[in-house]
Design a protein around this ligand. Structure first.
Ligand SMILES: O=C1O[C@H](COP(=O)(O)O)[C@@H](O)[C@H](O)[C@H]1O
Length: 239
């Protein structure tokens, strides 16, 4: 049976960030050889900034790259907690500023309308834009892509054929101040030939190891192992 995940361990931030960024560069280069444009979907939160900075320093035809998000909070683009803001500050810099950026939740948008617009945008672009890579994160409650255990909309998001879904994580501690989310679904990440999960620290390693043996309703990150024809690459940094 094919391994469902491949574990890449690093002891320091720089090695970890360069390793993950190199894998993403390779995925983008391969997609750009097949398609006029390549799409990469990135996460937010406290983990990915060093990988974003390392990726932004890679030599690529950034003008043919589209950057968008795995998930977003129901906030304005420049708000505290906006994943779009994190991408703008850490990834869309230097040469990478030539990439086109697609926010998930445009200014003043209503969340459900933003979900429908994101799904329609992906459908419309499918002939000329290849999904090259998806970069997931994980919280200590085993959520990924804003798919929180116990959230309203989780079961539907896990089974829909649409790439994005709305999630209401009211009452889920891991969602913090931002319970209303737009989430990439398993159907959304299934088509990406390269799927990375970025993790740091011993606590997240333990959560992931437990999640491997749980179901996706209790540990949504588990769904990242269950779909797609290629294994999930977990890039873990001990520090
Ligand atoms: O809410 C979110 O949490 C996860 C994990 O965040 P972290 O701060 O523990 O790294 C993140 O992947 C996701 O994009 C974000 O919206």
């Amino acid at each position: 049976m094919t391994a469902r995940h491949v574990w890449h361990a690093s002891t320091d931030e720089s090695t970890w960030a360069r390793g993950a960024a190199g894998a993403l560069r390779d995925a983008l280069v391969a997609a750009l050889a097949r398609s006029p444009r390549a799409l990469i979907l990135v996460s937010g939160g406290s983990t990915p900034a060093p990988v974003h900075r390392a990726l932004a320093a890679e030599q690529l035809d950034w003008s043919r790259v589209v950057v968008s998000l795995v998930d977003e909070r129901d906030v304005e683009l420049d708000a505290d907690g906006s994943n779009a803001r994190l991408a703008a500050e850490t990834l869309l810099t230097g040469a990478a500023a030539a990439a086109e950026f697609w926010p998930l939740r445009p200014a003043h948008a209503v969340l459900d309308a933003a979900v429908q617009a994101a799904n329609a945008r992906l459908r419309a672009a499918s002939g000329t834009l290849e999904l090259a890579a998806v970069v997931l994160g994980m919280g200590e409650d085993a959520h990924t892509a804003s798919l929180f255990p116990g959230s309203r909309g989780l079961a539907a998001a896990l089974s829909t054929a649409e790439p994005y879904a709305a999630i209401d994580a009211q009452g889920c501690a891991g969602a913090g101040r931002w319970p209303r989310r737009i989430s990439l679904t398993p159907a959304g990440w299934a088509g990406a030939p390269t799927r990375l999960l970025l993790l740091r620290g011993g606590a997240k390693r333990s959560v992931f190891e437990r999640a491997v043996n749980e179901d996706a309703l209790h540990a949504p990150v588990r769904a990242a192992l269950d779909v797609g024809s290629t294994p999930l690459h977990v890039h873990w940094c001990a520090a």
